[in-house]
Design a protein around this ligand. Structure first.
Ligand code: CAP
Ligand code: MG
Length: 407
């Protein structure tokens, strides 16, 4: 069967994948054909069970260029509606391990409306987060409790009060904190949500806490329901270690809570520029299934990720998409106050800015760390050079003295 159809014009009901392909000891077109076959209806040999009816479901390669960019259209009948796992088992499954392929990267996908609308997307979206927090324009000031793992619920409770009082809007657990013997999930949630209420009564601010519910699906649901019962508005899920089905299971409960999507492990797919799956594709799928906020990178922080990639992903998350609610990007990883103006210049105001070490490592303690972050955000939003702002804000000055930020 021939999968190369240079004259084919994809129609509105096709799912289109853009791949980068490097063949292994065969021609690029032969390799692309193997990919198209394996990801749709074929295998390594002609089949006696193949029929002209089934051939209509075959993938169509409608573009190949010398640089290895291959575009393939898949008829939407190949896919089960509302099932990301099945979709990926085709377009991002066996193809990564075939001998004829040296490298292959799924760079982008365009989904037909029928597939997009078979998913719910976020229950609570980007604009809902702004409404819930009543923060209209500026980026949200967030942090991750640090050390990552080790603090007790009582310790976190005290720290939460200090940093929320000093101006932090959004706090979250770290990706590897769930329910440990020294820090039980339920105990921690009750204690921190108690502080969330206290901040509401003392300062009339709706601050958010994102407890990490990552666990087997039934446990995640129990944890999410527990958070809701105690007045929590948000849960965090490590979406890639949990898997698409786990994420969708929680989303489909319609809990009306923010789902904060942490992407721990994404770089196993995204980091090798010649192989794997791009962050843009992961972001599309995460939005489809229904995260409210998603880590996408910082450009300026400790985690790898080019400006082009992060900007493109963030723009997608905020764009309109067949009625699927937009998602709030989360910038996190190695951030500190001195980097915030640069970050906001590159990524804009519609962001949750998370500083972990960049708050808890402040030389004057965590309250000063929280203040310095808010000061840096204010300077960025008001477009005042951080150097000038630091002259009359001592917390910001101390942060810059420790970590830099004037260059
Ligand atoms: C940040 C963080 C986040 C990373 C994940 C960490 O802490 O908590 O998990 O941001 O990366 O453990 O590294 P720091 P990404 O602020 O102390 O660096 O957002 O790129 O997925
Ligand atoms: Mg972390």
């Amino acid at each position: 069967m021939n999968y190369i159809k240079p004259d084919y014009e994809p129609d509105a009901d096709d799912l289109i994948c853009k791949y980068y392909i490097e063949p292994n000891k065969i021609s690029l077109s032969k390799c692309a054909e193997q990919v198209a076959a394996e990801s749709s209806i074929g295998t390594w040999t002609e089949l006696t069970t193949m029929s002209s009816r089934i051939k209509k479901l075959g993938a169509r390669i409608f573009e190949i260029n010398k640089n290895g960019i291959v575009k393939i259209a898949y008829p939407s009948d190949l896919f089960e509606y509302g099932n990301v796992s099945q979709m990926l088992s085709g377009i991002a499954g066996n193809i990564f391990g075939m001998r004829g392929v040296k490298n292959i990267r799924l760079l982008d996908i365009e989904l037909p409306k029928s597939v997009v609308n078979s998913f719910k997307g976020p229950d609570v979206g980007f604009r809902d987060i702004r409404k819930m927090t009543k923060i209209k324009i500026r980026p949200l000031a967030g942090t991750i409790y640090k050390p990552k793992v080790g603090l007790t619920p009582n310790e976190m409770r005290k720290l939460a009060y200090k940093i929320y009082s000093a101006g932090i809007d959004y706090t979250k657990d770290d990706e590897n904190l769930s329910s440990m013997k020294f820090n039980k999930f339920e105990d921690r949630v009750i204690k921190i949500l108690d502080i969330v209420d206290k901040i509401k009564s003392e300062q009339n601010r709706n601050v958010i806490y994102a407890p990490n519910i990552t666990a087997p699906a039934n446990k995640m649901l129990k944890r999410a329901e527990f958070v809701k019962k105690h007045g929590g508005k948000c849960v965090m899920i490590d979406i890639l270690t949990v898997g698409w089905s786990g994420l969708q299971y929680i989303r489909d409960q319609n809990l009306k809570m923010i789902i904060h999507g942490h992407r721990a492990g994404h770089a196993a797919f995204t980091r090798n520029k010649k192989h794997g799956i791009s962050m843009l594709v992961i972001a599309k799928l995460a939005r489809l299934v229904g995260v409210s906020a998603l880590h996408t990178g910082t450009v300026v922080g400790k985690m790898e990720g080019t400006k082009k990639e992060v900007v493109e992903t963030n723009n997608f998350l905020r764009s309109s998409w067949n009625g699927i609610k937009p998602v709030m990007p989360v910038a996190s990883g190695g951030l500190h106050p001195g980097l915030i103006p640069k970050l906001v210049k590159i990524l804009g105001n519609d962001l949750i800015i998370n500083c972990g070490g960049g708050l808890w490592g402040h030389p004057s303690g965590c309250e000063a760390g929280a203040k310095a972050i808010r000061q840096a955000i204010d300077a960025a939003v008001k477009n005042i050079p951080i150097k000038n702002y630091a002259e009359c804000h001592k917390e910001l000055r101390a942060a810059i003295n420790k970590w830099g930020g004037l260059k």
